[in-house]
Design a protein around this ligand. Structure first.
Ligand code: HEM
Length: 409
């Protein structure tokens, strides 16, 4: 008889939970909110193997019996994670088609061309912080970590300035796995209303932005068939780029600031140039990955895994990127230690295989720029509360803080 670990929907101690899961083996049996059984994959090696295995799909419509038979309903708190129709939940040729439409906007070269703009937005935000009186307590999440990625992704998508705050709140709601079904449903209604209005306005007045490009791909391809995208895929692709491209980066910046402020000798290494801001970004991604758990994948066939277990065809599979970052076999006995001098930087925080993160170059660039800007502007930056007083966000997917109170100078 196997132990089954019940996932805490509110993710109040993701580190302890990942350790418990890892102790259950490379593939741990878990109960998701709503009594949905799944596996949580905890080992770096097994994640790499399953994420490059064609017998593992993210497409619930074709490969999850519970979804196909209607046992998974819109009231389920993770419904949107499996029901959206975009590259995130697509398999095989559909995945290639949907990813190909967006990928050119996020290549390393295209991302590099955004550097000056990201630096400009960051400089404006830091100037705003300078204007505050010395000794003021500032929430660095609200004043820097959140507005930077939101503004960058909204400019890329051509989202008008006046709807950005609403959109930001609605995207936060996508990750709030501790929220009630009513709150989650209301949040999705808001989100789709904003996205539908955005598409309608770009259809009428196209701009030089990614939303207009996707609308053109959709409308221009109506009679060319398979290479185009449906209206639903268009909306869900926008939702994906907004949610994947924003919330995760907020937490990367916040988690990196937290890690450096609570590990002064590592911060001193960067200040003395024996380590770089990029090292800080990579170690943060391993040690405190913004995406702790990723729902969901499905076994297309029976899959035998190390330790003698068999993941049966139709079983749901979650990936624990948090456990992977702290995998003792992969990163050694001190895997739990934040250490900028760690030679192995090949973490899984951006996923692996065909679904690996499209926005990794952008996220890395934004975080590197934000860290150097804030730490160089404020050499005495410090937390305004004890680390134990920081509250995690209400999610077992997102790994970050609700607020990051600091004193700048
Ligand atoms: C710190 C920041 C980020 C982290 C930790 C992160 C993490 C991830 C992870 C783990 C996946 C793989 C999901 C899976 O297991 O299937 C993923 C996919 C994805 N990410 Fe990111 N991400 C970040 C930033 C971004 C940004 C800035 C964008 C840009 C818009 C973005 C766009 C995407 C997209 C479109 C996918 C889906 C790819 C596919 O299914 O083919 N992400 N991300």
């Amino acid at each position: 008889m196997h132990d089954v670990h019940t996932i805490d929907p509110a993710g109040q101690n993701l580190r302890a939970e990942a350790e418990r899961l890892a102790a259950l083996g490379p593939a741990a049996r878990v109960m998701l909110p709503g009594g949905v059984p799944a596996w949580s994959i905890t080992s770096d090696e097994l994640i790499r193997s399953l994420l490059t295995d064609d017998r593992v799909s993210k497409d619930a419509r074709h490969h999850w019996p519970a979804f196909i038979e209607g046992r998974i309903t819109p009231e389920w708190s993770l419904y949107a994670w499996v029901a959206v129709t975009n590259m995130f939940t697509a398999y095989g040729g559909d995945h290639r088609r949907l990813r190909r439409l967006v990928a050119p906007a996020f290549t390393a070269r295209r991302t590099e061309s955004l550097r000056a703009r990201v630096q400009g937005i960051c400089a404006e935000l830091v100037d705003g912080l300078w204007a505050l009186p010395a000794g003021t307590v500032v929430d660095l999440r609200e004043q820097l970590a959140q507005p930077l990625p939101l503004q960058v992704i909204c400019e890329l998508l051509g989202v008008p300035v006046e709807v950005r705050p609403d959109l930001g709140r609605a995207v936060d709601g996508v990750f709030a796995t501790g929220a009630s079904p009513e709150a989650a449903a209301a949040n999705y209604r808001d989100l789709y209303r904003v996205l539908t209005e955005l598409v309608a306005s770009k259809r009428e007045y196209p701009g030089d932005d990614l939303t207009s490009d996707l609308v053109a791909a959709r409308d221009g391809d109506e009679d060319t068939g398979s290479e185009g995208l449906s209206e639903e895929e268009l909306l869900d692709t926008l939702l994906l780029i907004l949610s994947a491209g924003y919330e995760t980066t907020v937490h990367l910046i916040g988690n990196a600031v937290h890690a450096l402020l609570t590990h002064p000798s590592d911060l001193a290494r960067v200040r003395s140039s024996t380590a770089s801001w990029e090292d800080a970004v990579e170690e943060t991604l391993r040690w405190a990955p913004s995406v702790a758990h990723l729902p969901l994948r499905f076994a297309v066939e029976d899959i035998a895994v190390p330790g003698g277990d068999v993941i049966r065809a139709g079983d749901a599979i979650m990936v624990s990127y948090a456990a992977a970052g702290w995998d003792l076999e992969r990163f050694g006995e001190d895997a739990g230690r934040f250490d900028l001098t760690r030679a192995d930087k090949d973490h899984l925080a951006f996923g692996y295989g065909v679904h690996r993160c499209l926005g990794a170059p952008l996220a890395r660039m934004e975080a590197g720029i934000a860290l150097s800007a804030v730490f160089e502007a404020f050499p005495n930056l410090r937390l305004a509360v004890r680390p134990s007083e920081l509250k995690p966000v209400d999610s077992f997917i997102s790994h970050g803080f609700q607020a990051l109170p600091v004193v700048l100078r």
